[in-house]
Structures are given as C-alpha cells and as structure tokens.
Design a protein around this ligand. Structure first.
Ligand code: NAD
Length: 309
C-alpha cells in the first residue's frame, strides 16, 4: 500500500514508518521538522518538509497515489498548549482538518489518527479507563486531540471516510523526546547519564500507563487492514509511579544518584491508566514489553546517542 505518515520524522511516526517499510509498503513522510529530525526518516522514503496546515498537502496525496494516511504530526507538548493554546489549536485542529479534508478529496481508504488516552479522559472516574470512559480533557492539548476525534467521526458518518483512532497512553522508548507524554523517562535518562541530579515532583506517587514504542508500532500495523471505523486504547492496564521509573533507571546505571523530591506540580493529574481489552478482542494485540526491559532499552539508546555526540 502507499502510506503517508505525517510526523514521520518524530519519535512515534518514524518508528511506524520504519515498520511499514519493512512490511513492504511504499511510505511517504510529511513533517515540518519542528521537533522531528531528518535522521529518523527511513532512508529512501520520499520526504516533504511541509507543514500539515499547508494547502499543498493534498498534492502530495495525488503525487504518490496515497491509500492510507497515518496522522502523527502534532504539537505534542501539554505545557506549551497551556501557554499558547492558539498555536496548539492551529496545528492540532486546523492542521488535522487540512489532513482529513485532503484525505477525503483524494478518497483515501483510511485515516489512522494518534490520539491520547491520558489527556482525553482527564481525571479518571474509574480505573482503568476503557474507551467508554467520559471524555474530560484538562488541557488545551487534550481538547484538540478529542476535537480531531470528533471531526473524524463527523467525516465518517456524513462523508463515509473510514478512520481508526488509537488512544495512546504514555509512549516511551528509543527516539523519544522530553516533551511528549512520557517525557519523564527522557528527562531522568538524560540527567542520570549526564551525572546530574533528577528531581522527582512531589511524593512521586503520581501514576501513568507507560507503553513501549514497539507495542505502539504493532498496533499501527494491525489496523491497516481493518474494516469499519473505531477507537482503541493502546495501553498496558498497569500503573507505574514516578518513583519506580526513577529507581529502575537509576539501578540500571548502578545507582549513581540519590532519590530527591522537590515541590509538587500544581494541577498535575494523580492517576492515569487505560484498559486494552477492546484492541485485544479485535486484533489480539496486547503489550509485550515489561517496563523494566523497556526502560533498559531506552536507557541504552540514550547512552549510545550520548557516546556518538
Ligand atoms: N509520546 C506520547 O506519549 C504520546 C501519547 C499520546 C499521543 N501521542 C501522539 O502521537 C503523535 C506523535 O508524537 P511523538 O511523541 O512522536 O512526538 P514528536 O514530537 O516526536 O512527533 C511529532 C512530529 O510532528 C511534527 N510536526 C509538528 N508540527 C507539525 C506541523 N505543523 N506540520 C508538520 N509536522 C509537524 C514534528 O516535527 C515531529 O516530527 C502526536 O500526535 C502525539 O500527540 C503521543
């Protein structure tokens, strides 16, 4: 198939693009390199340094006769969305609308959209959150992700455009950056490897659901041939607190740092965890990576990158 990956120079998009290339698909990348890097783009894949808000986006679809759009380009920084909600809205909603409308014009088979479980469900009413959990985003970023889901639903119902929404929890692994939803892993890894002291916000008991990049990639492979339109969590159903993340990383490096706590961050979500039964029932997907092994692999990647610099 001819697949266009937006955000394909970023952490998750480029890992998916690599996997699609390995499966024999023809992959095209659109990315404005605002947080992504050219090195991540699969060698030989046509690359357009382009903003998803650009009117010329639709031409790329025709040029490569695109069948599927895998839409990962986004403003991903929750804090930035709070400081500059208009920018977040512009990229995440208007940009996504441009992608969806272009897909509709080109009559693509499907749009796969990277949404967010943690940011969309907000403070959870029950644990773990399944896909029927109330949507109550507590950040402009969460609002824009949910809004795109609504547009996809609208274009599906009214215009017949098939979609798949994948609601990731906190994705971590090689190539991740400190701005994403699992940013704490990158921040601690960078500090520990650089000999600096990581500071845990508050008591460190705030939990997240950390899903490893390879598991996320596998979900993106499985949905390529799906029928109909649907929404799936991509998660582990397991809560891990920040202290545990610190301890696993620190122990993997021979415990060079003390466990130090600082001020709690005002308004920080306390618990977040999502159920994956729906995607398991439909595709047999379940997370394969343990948090210990996943963190070790991530640390090795940060270490190798530091050695190269
Ligand atoms: N990392 C997570 O934990 C997580 C969790 C839930 C959802 N997501 C979603 O997954 C997607 C990928 O996130 P990531 O963690 O790989 O982040 P990332 O920053 O590595 O990737 C985003 C990519 O989009 C590109 N981009 C940003 N604005 C653009 C624009 N206007 N036009 C074209 N390209 C643009 C960036 O250059 C970057 O390469 C995002 O949609 C994000 O919201 C990520």
């Amino acid at each position: 198939m001819n697949i266009l990956v937006t955000g394909g120079a970023g952490f998750i998009g480029s890992s998916i693009a690599d996997a699609y290339v390995r499966l024999g698909h023809d992959v095209v990348i659109v990315d404005n390199l605002s947080t992504g890097v050219l090195d991540n783009v699969p060698k030989g894949a046509p690359f357009y340094q382009m903003d998803i808000r650009d009117e010329g986006f639709v031409d790329v679809l025709y040029e490569h006769d695109i069948d599927i759009i895998n839409h990962h380009a986004a403003q991903i920084d929750v804090r930035r969305s709070v400081e500059d909600p208009r920018y977040d809205l512009s990229v995440n909603v208007l940009g996504s609308l441009n992608v969806i409308e272009a897909g509709l014009r080109k009559n693509v088979r499907r749009i796969v959209f990277a949404s967010s479980g943690g940011a969309g469900y907000g403070e959870q009413e029950y644990f773990p959150a399944d896909e029927k959990h109330p949507i109550a985003p507590c950040s402009p970023y969460g609002i824009t992700k949910v809004t795109v889901e609504r547009y996809l639903h609208y274009y599906h119902v009214v215009q017949g455009l098939p979609y798949t929404v994948l609601r990731y929890t906190n994705v971590y692994g090689p190539r991740q950056n400190p701005h994403g939803e699992a940013g704490v892993v990158a921040i601690f890894a960078d500090k520990l490897l650089g000999g600096a002291q990581p500071i845990i916000n508050g008591d460190g008991l705030q939990t997240r659901d950390y899903v490893y990049i390879d598991d996320v990639v596998r979900a993106n492979e499985l949905v390529l041939d799906m029928e109909g339109s649907d929404v799936f969590n991509v998660s582990t159903n397991t809560e891990t607190d920040v202290n545990v993340i610190f301890r696993i990383l620190n122990e993997a490096l021979g415990s060079p740092a003390e466990e130090k706590h600082g001020e709690a961050k005002a308004g920080e979500q306390q618990r977040s965890v999502c159920a994956y039964e729906k995607i398991q029932d439909r595709f047999g997907w379940k997370p394969a990576m343990s948090i210990e092994e996943g963190l070790r692999r991530t640390l090795t990647w940060f270490q190798d990158r530091m050695d190269e610099d």
